[in-house]
Design a protein around this ligand. Structure first.
Ligand SMILES: [Zn+2]
Length: 493
């Protein structure tokens, strides 16, 4: 088992924050910036004993004596065409009065045109080998046009980010119970999961990072800086790496997975060396938390009885993928074990995936397929093709943004006509349902009305959660470069 060396000299995490605080302004040139960092490192390091760092960490740890408000667990559901899915009804009885159906797909066949190759879109000046390349200013515009985004979808992302920024707390965090005085009656839908700020902060940060906003660049650099700083204050050192579980309960490994993705992306996009070690240690925690036999992850560190679930596995695999994109170490063994877990919940050689056992479930099939693609399956593999057909045949689901988030990525990565059709309806629907008035402008509301988004976690995650998923879904054009195009670009290069 890998046991990361946690000698005081490795705890770069604590220094990041101190140096950040000491730096203050952001207008300084890179050279001065770097020199200052070096100087500060010399000045600061010797006078920050490890003990002090630990005290700082412990003092910010949340009181976990409160019972955990349950269910960030996904209960996968089948979509019965034209009717509300059973699982969604069980979770959210308020929706029973309505009978939502999968979003209507109404695409003029003549408008179906496939995007030109990635190489053409990005041009020679963009580093096409990096999966984060699409988030640069120049590439982003090209990819929005090339992969089916619109001015309206980008405006929706922009106002979504503005809403998020307005709901950041003074300490840099976000909370699923997001509302504040200024919200008045507008921003309803506080999440019941009000004691998991690490997960909420990470989700919000992913939205900013997804559009290329880092703590060093972009209009929201202070917002991102404060959010990353908050995460850094919440890290806990353990013998297995940095632990972001933020307490016990069913959300623990969700929190950790999300925080790890955020940290890996913040590091990968900025290249800020001070984030490298903390990001690597958070990845190490995931590696150590995996069940050594079956290869799954569950709510807590190493699942008892080797039970993993596809939903928790999804976030951990995405974290490992982000780590690799950022150039961090992810053991091959860990990826192979994740494949073994997926084998244990698949049907028909990997077309369908269940939650904790083999099943033909839409949401977990979307997660399973996305994991497979990031773990190395080719997009033209027959099982992927059939799985995509299954998702495309169902279309986006009004009851389940969580499913939409994953399925949108799978279809984006595999491309073709199925993606064009999916995207037309997903994009139009998200743009149409975004709030436009009052303090809520830029967010998406949950339940109460035909224009709302629903999700099995709508009550626990609330407006903040659903808004983050909607923004991330609308960022799909540039957040990650599509795998089918990357494979061809790599062949060209
Ligand atoms: Zn508000």
């Amino acid at each position: 088992m890998t046991r990361p060396d946690l000698s005081p000299s490795d705890r770069t995490g604590g220094r990041w924050q101190l140096q950040f605080d000491a730096l203050g302004g952001w207008g300084i040139s890179l050279v001065v910036h770097t020199m200052l960092l070096l100087l500060l490192a010399l000045v600061v390091l010797p006078i920050v004993p490890a003990e002090q760092e630990r005290i700082l960490t412990v003092s910010t740890v949340e009181n976990d004596s409160e019972p955990v408000v349950d269910v960030v667990e996904i209960q996968p559901q089948e979509i019965i065409e034209g009717s509300t899915s059973i699982a969604a009804e069980a979770v959210d009885a308020v929706n029973l009065a309505e009978t939502p159906s999968p979003v209507t797909v109404n695409v003029d066949r003549k408008s179906l045109s496939l995007p030109p190759s990635l190489a053409e879109l990005l041009g020679p000046e963009v580093d096409r080998q990096s999966d984060f390349a699409g988030r640069s200013e120049a590439a982003r515009a090209a990819l929005v046009r090339g992969f089916g985004g619109t001015t309206a979808s980008e405006a929706a992302v922009t106002s979504g980010l503005r809403w998020l920024a307005e709901h950041q707390n003074a300490d840099g965090s976000w909370n699923f119970a997001h509302s504040r005085e200024e919200c008045q009656e507008d921003c309803t839908g506080d999440g019941l999961l009000d004691n998991r700020p690490v997960a909420a902060t990470s989700m919000a940060l992913l939205c900013f990072l997804g559009a290329g906003h880092t703590h060093e660049e972009g209009k929201y650099r202070r917002v991102v800086r404060d959010g990353v700083r908050y995460l850094m204050r919440r890290r806990e050192f353990s013998e297995y790496g940095i632990d972001f579980r933020n307490g016990a309960g069913t959300s623990a490994m969700y929190s950790h997975g999300l925080a790890t993705i955020a940290l890996c992306e913040a590091y990968g996009l900025s290249g800020d060396a001070l984030l490298k070690r903390p990001a690597q240690l958070a990845v190490n925690f995931i590696v150590n938390a995996q069940d050594p036999a079956i290869g799954g992850w569950r709510y807590q560190f190493r699942p008892p009885d080797a039970v993993g679930d596809t939903s928790v596995v999804g976030w951990q695999v995405m974290a490992l993928a982000s780590a690799r994109i950022a150039g961090l170490d992810v053991p091959r063994k860990s990826r192979q074990r994740a494949m073994r877990f997926l084998d244990s919940v698949q049907l028909e050689d990997g077309v369908y995936y269940g939650y904790v056992k083999p099943q033909r479930k839409a949401s977990t099939t979307a997660i399973g397929l996305l994991c497979r693609l990031y773990l190395g399956w080719a997009t033209d593999r027959p099982a992927v093709h059939r799985g995509v057909e299954f998702l495309a045949g169902r279309g986006p689901d009004r009851n389940n943004m969580y499913y939409n988030y994953y399925a949108t990525q799978v279809l984006h990565h595999t491309g073709g006509e199925a993606w064009v059709r999916w995207n037309e309806s997903m994009r139009a629907w998200l743009v149409r349902t975004q709030e436009r008035d009052g303090h809520a402008a830029g967010s998406w509301r949950i339940r109460n009305g035909t224009g709302s988004l629903r999700d099995p976690h709508a009550k626990t995650g609330g407006r903040l959660y659903i808004t983050c998923l909607a923004i991330l879904t609308l960022e799909v054009y540039y957040r990650h470069l599509p795998l089918y195009q990357r494979q061809s670009v790599q062949a060209e290069m």
